[in-house]
Design a protein around this ligand. Structure first.
Ligand code: FES
Length: 161
């Protein structure tokens, strides 16, 4: 009788040990995971990823853009950038008017950018000449142009991570 009771207790204790072991294992795993997550956040805080990387984008060939003309370049992300060949080289300007965001176009006869929405006008460098952009003193956003032989590139910042 006593040995039966002893076996029952041993069996019960073994079950309790297994439950304790599983509970400790789950808690230990959770603790390790939370410490690892905190460590990752700490490293990212100390060494943040850069969001301002620049990318060189091929636009076209210099020989294909005669002086006084330009092309509308579709950049990744949907932006259109007017790349114009002027007297002093290439210039790249956003086609988004700084007034209310209408799209400007280049007129090669006058060398000006025209915004059709409120008759905003910009010179060949994107500086405002008349209309609401001139009243605001707002120029067209400009991008850096790099040439390498006959090739034309834009250097643009791209969002990373
Ligand atoms: S949106 Fe271009 S002038 Fe108003």
């Amino acid at each position: 009788m006593a040995s039966k009771e002893k076996k029952r207790r041993e069996k019960k204790d073994a079950g309790a040990d297994r439950r304790d072991f599983l509970a400790n294992a789950v808690m230990g795993t959770g603790l390790v995971a939370s410490h690892a997550f905190a460590a990752v956040l700490g490293v990212r805080y100390l060494y943040p990823t850069r969001n301002d990387r620049t990318q060189r984008l091929f636009v076209g060939l210099r020989s294909e853009i005669p002086p006084g003309t330009g092309i509308a370049y579709e950049a990744p992300g949907g932006r259109t950038i007017n790349v114009i060949r002027g007297q002093k080289g290439f210039i790249a300007l956003s086609d988004v008017c700084p007034h209310l965001g209408c799209r400007v176009h280049f007129e090669s006869q006058t060398g000006e950018f025209i915004c059709p929405c409120h008759d905003g006008r910009f010179d060949g460098n994107g500086s405002p000449l008349s209309g609401p952009p001139a009243e605001m003193g707002a120029a067209l956003p400009r991008y850096e142009v790099v040439t390498d032989g006959d090739m034309i590139f834009l250097e643009m910042s791209v969002e990373v991570g």
